[in-house]
Write a protein that binds this ligand. Structure first.
Ligand SMILES: *[C@@H]1O[C@H](CO)[C@@H](O)[C@H](O)[C@H]1NC(C)=O
Ligand SMILES: *[C@@H]1O[C@H](CO)[C@@H](O)[C@H](O)[C@H]1NC(C)=O
Ligand SMILES: *[C@@H]1O[C@H](CO)[C@@H](O)[C@H](O)[C@H]1NC(C)=O
Ligand SMILES: *[C@@H]1O[C@H](CO)[C@@H](O)[C@H](O)[C@H]1NC(C)=O
Ligand SMILES: *[C@@H]1O[C@H](CO)[C@@H](O)[C@H](O)[C@H]1NC(C)=O
Ligand SMILES: *[C@@H]1O[C@H](CO)[C@@H](O)[C@H](O)[C@H]1NC(C)=O
Ligand SMILES: *[C@@H]1O[C@H](CO)[C@@H](O)[C@H](O)[C@H]1NC(C)=O
Ligand SMILES: *[C@@H]1O[C@H](CO)[C@@H](O)[C@H](O)[C@H]1NC(C)=O
Ligand SMILES: *[C@@H]1O[C@H](CO)[C@@H](O)[C@H](O)[C@H]1NC(C)=O
Ligand SMILES: *[C@@H]1O[C@H](CO)[C@@H](O)[C@H](O)[C@H]1NC(C)=O
Ligand SMILES: *[C@@H]1O[C@H](CO)[C@@H](O)[C@H](O)[C@H]1NC(C)=O
Ligand SMILES: *[C@@H]1O[C@H](CO)[C@@H](O)[C@H](O)[C@H]1NC(C)=O
Length: 656
């Protein structure tokens, strides 16, 4: 019994010690977290609101972002997406049971404390999206034998890449991208055989293209482009990385041809090689990478045609070939790719018509073929799936009508098809699309009338200038309440300026020049307080300019030339300090041009061709009152007439 009692006592003592010890270490983790908090939120920050002192030994285990083991020791800490302003304090080294440590996108600064080297159980260390700086302290990872993920993406680290990482035999995910690392990619990185993800993109690395990475047979994703600048070609050895899914070598100065060996990459779904110095033809063998979904070869020096073999790439979703020297046709099979949603081929020398099936897959979202030599008509089914957002066809030789179907395309945000040979009437529905914010159809041969109804409240820019559009400007235009820019010049529009146009409170530029618009300029004109540029020239407008125009505080260009406007020029205009260009020439204004103010900036040509208007320095000029707007004439014409008489007399005299 005694022994037993004694044993019991022993147990009791031991367990009390254990309890005390664990309570001690638990409260110590709580203390550590509170210390971390005070350094992380910095002097002015807020956040981590529920991290508060407590007498309960496991209180910290329910802090947000914290989880503990049975002993109330912190095993996982996740502080992400808060606005903190501080640093990581050295006490973090005391949380030595940590398995997952994520302190991401919280704007922490300073150096990583060397005490982090005590976190030897870590599997995940994620400090991405902060502004830690200085050299990356490689020594802290040496003891982290279990580390699988090291994510330091988007910080301010400088200096060479840390060599110590090579010792991490379980490392699968290494992201040191988005920093200011310099020097070369260490050849020793080819020893991290466990590596599946390598992100060194967005640094200032240089040297030879790192062919040795082809030794990392488990690699699935390689990101080494953007701001890095290597010399040499894409290593043909990369073709042996049979697990590779993503190869991103965009914008890193690589040259030469795309190696045929890439055809062996049967799992490759994304190949990003844009913004480099690649030359030669597009490698036809690339079609062997049958999983390809994203192919970006834009901004290179590639030439030749799109290979016929590409018809095998049936999973393709994105094709970027823009800004190369490619020519030939867009193959018809592009229209049959079942998942193609983004096709951008602008800035090449492509010819022929677009595949007529384009869009029939119901997936097309973005099509941009600007600046090629395309001919033929716009395919009908571009918006068949109701997903088309951006349609850019400008600077080509497209002809024929704009398909009516586009007028039903509720997803459409932008259509830019200027500088083509499109004809026919613009589909009425296009002015009623809920998301549409930009229509640019200028410099075509569109005709017909604009629809009565317009309801597109998202419209910001509407350019229909240089076409053959006839009829009236519909009052419905006043419903385009977000409109900023309206270009209708050089068409065959007639009728009056609809009063509703002056409901457009955000309108900044109106140009209706070169039509046959008649009637008066309404005094509500002055309520469009955002106007910066107004061109009503070359129409048949009549009546007077209201002095209210001077309320347009941002107006810098006012061109009313070549109309039949009359009355005197309101002197208030001379106070419009924003006005840089004024053209009132070839009208029928009367009286005297106001003196001073902004008028000092305008020369006589602004007022030419108004036979009844006098310029102030051609004095004496009858005062405005005397001009009596009905009968008024100033004397300049009679001066000219008398000069003419004298000249004629002189001429006649000299002839005699
Ligand atoms: C903290 O706020 C005070 C007063 O609001 C300001 O003077 C100080 O510059 C701020 N410090 C930091 C680091 O933002
Ligand atoms: C650490 O995170 C991984 C996922 O990234 C998760 O599977 C694991 O359970 C976490 N471990 C702990 C101790 O929280
Ligand atoms: C960490 O927290 C953020 C935001 O609270 C969350 O989005 C993210 O999924 C979390 N990460 C992990 C590994 O739990
Ligand atoms: C990050 O912190 C700096 C100062 O430490 C501050 O100027 C900056 O606005 C912060 N950025 C964000 C996104 O909170
Ligand atoms: C933690 O790290 C510091 C500095 O690296 C070291 O001096 C200390 O002994 C370590 N503590 C433990 C418990 O490992
Ligand atoms: C690191 O954390 C951020 C924010 O929680 C997350 O978006 C990112 O995916 C994480 N990195 C890894 C490799 O899991
Ligand atoms: C990060 O580095 C960039 C470039 O050197 C610098 O402009 C920026 O101010 C740095 N940010 C911080 C918070 O140190
Ligand atoms: C970029 O590529 C060109 C052509 O291959 C080469 O001459 C140049 O040295 C490279 N630049 C760098 C920084 O490696
Ligand atoms: C194409 O995509 C489908 C669905 O994502 C997938 O099941 C199939 O394996 C892919 N085909 C190829 C050749 O990668
Ligand atoms: C198109 O081809 C012409 C000659 O055929 C060439 O001068 C021009 O540079 C090419 N344009 C592009 C973008 O490749
Ligand atoms: C459009 O132009 C084509 C020739 O390119 C012509 O056949 C057709 O009649 C024109 N349509 C209209 C409405 O002018
Ligand atoms: C534009 O269309 C009209 C008929 O609407 C036609 O007479 C004219 O030739 C066409 N102009 C061009 C450049 O195609």
């Amino acid at each position: 019994m005694r022994t037993v009692t004694c044993n019991n006592l022993h147990l009791l003592i031991i367990s009390s010690i254990l309890v005390i010890f664990s309570a001690y270490s638990a409260s110590s983790d709580l203390d550590v977290l509170l210390k971390l908090k005070s350094s992380m939120i910095g002097p002015n920050g807020s956040g981590l609101k529920d991290w508060t002192p407590s007498s309960s030994p496991s209180a910290h285990c329910s802090f947000s972002g914290v989880s503990c083991n049975q002993d109330s020791r912190v095993v996982s800490l996740n502080v992400s997406f808060e606005r903190l302003f501080g640093t990581i304090s050295p006490e973090i080294g005391l949380l030595n049971k940590l398995v997952n440590l994520t302190v991401s996108n919280v704007n922490l600064t300073g150096r990583l404390p060397s005490e982090m080297g005590n976190l030897t159980s870590l599997k995940v260390l994620n400090i991405s999206g902060n502004v830690f700086d200085g050299n990356f302290p490689g020594e802290i990872v040496i003891g982290m034998a279990e580390l699988e993920t090291l994510d330091a993406y988007n910080n301010n680290f400088t200096g060479p890449l840390p060599g110590e990482i090579v010792r991490l035999k379980n490392l699968k995910h290494l992201s040191l991208g988005g920093n200011y690392f310099t020097g070369e990619i260490l050849e020793s990185y080819s020893e991290i055989q466990s590596l599946e993800y390598l992100g060194l993109n967005g640094n200032q690395l240089k040297g030879k293209v790192p062919a040795f990475l082809s030794k990392l047979k488990n690699l699935k994703k390689i990101y080494i482009g953007y701001f890095n600048s290597f010399y040499g070609e894409i290593p043909h050895e990369f073709g042996t990385l049979s697990n590779l899914e993503v190869l991103d070598m965009a914008s890193c100065n690589i040259s030469g041809k795309i190696p045929t060996s890439l055809s062996q990459l049967k799992h490759l779904h994304s190949l990003f090689l844009q913004v480099n110095r690649l030359t030669g033809h597009i490698t036809p063998e690339l079609s062997g990478s049958i999983s390809l979904m994203n192919l970006d070869l834009s901004n290179n020096g590639l030439t030749g045609e799109i290979p016929e073999s590409f018809s095998a790439l049936t999973n393709i979703t994105l094709i970027h070939l823009f800004n190369n020297n490619l020519y030939g046709q867009i193959p018809a099979f592009f229209g049959d790719f079942p998942n193609l949603d983004i096709l951008q081929v602008w800035g090449n020398n492509f010819t022929g018509a677009l595949p007529k099936n384009l869009g029939r897959n119901g997936k097309l979202k973005i099509l941009d073929v600007t600046k090629n030599h395309f001919t033929g008509t716009i395919p009908r089914d571009l918006c068949k799936g109701g997903r088309l957002q951006t349609l850019i066809l400008m600077d080509n030789f497209f002809s024929g009508p704009i398909p009516e179907e586009l007028g039903e395309c509720k997803s459409l945000v932008k259509i830019r098809a200027m500088k083509n040979f499109l004809n026919g009437t613009i589909p009425a529905g296009m002015f009623n699309l809920p998301l549409m914010n930009m229509i640019e159809l200028n410099d075509n041969n569109l005709s017909g009338e604009l629809p009565r109804n317009m309801s597109g409240e998202a419209f910001i820019q509407l350019r229909l200038d240089n076409n053959n559009i006839s009829g009236k400007i519909p009052p419905g235009i006043g419903n385009l309440s977000s409109l900023n820019v309206l270009f209708l010049q050089n068409n065959r529009l007639d009728g009056e300026i609809p009063e509703t146009i002056f409901n457009l409170k955000l309108i900044s530029i109106i140009n209706i020049a070169g039509n046959n618009i008649s009637g008066k300029i309404s005094s509500s004109f002055s309520s469009c307080s955002s106007l910066t540029s107004v061109d009503f020239s070359r129409n048949s407008l009549s009546g007077k300019i209201t002095k209210g125009v001077s309320q347009l505080r941002d107006l810098s260009l006012l061109n009313l030339s070549r109309n039949q406007l009359t009355g005197s020029i309101p002197s208030e205009i001379s106070h419009m300090i924003s006005l840089v260009t004024l053209d009132l020439s070839y009208n029928d204004f009367i009286g005297t041009v106001p003196v001073g103010g902004q008028f000092l900036a305008f020369n006589e040509s602004s007022f030419a061709g108004n036979p009844h208007l006098c310029l102030p320095h051609n004095a004496p000029c009858p005062s405005l009152e005397n001009t009596a707007e009905h009968s008024g004439q100033c004397r300049r014409p009679s001066f000219s007439i008398s000069k003419l008489v004298i000249t004629v007399v002189a001429l006649v005299t000299s002839l005699i």
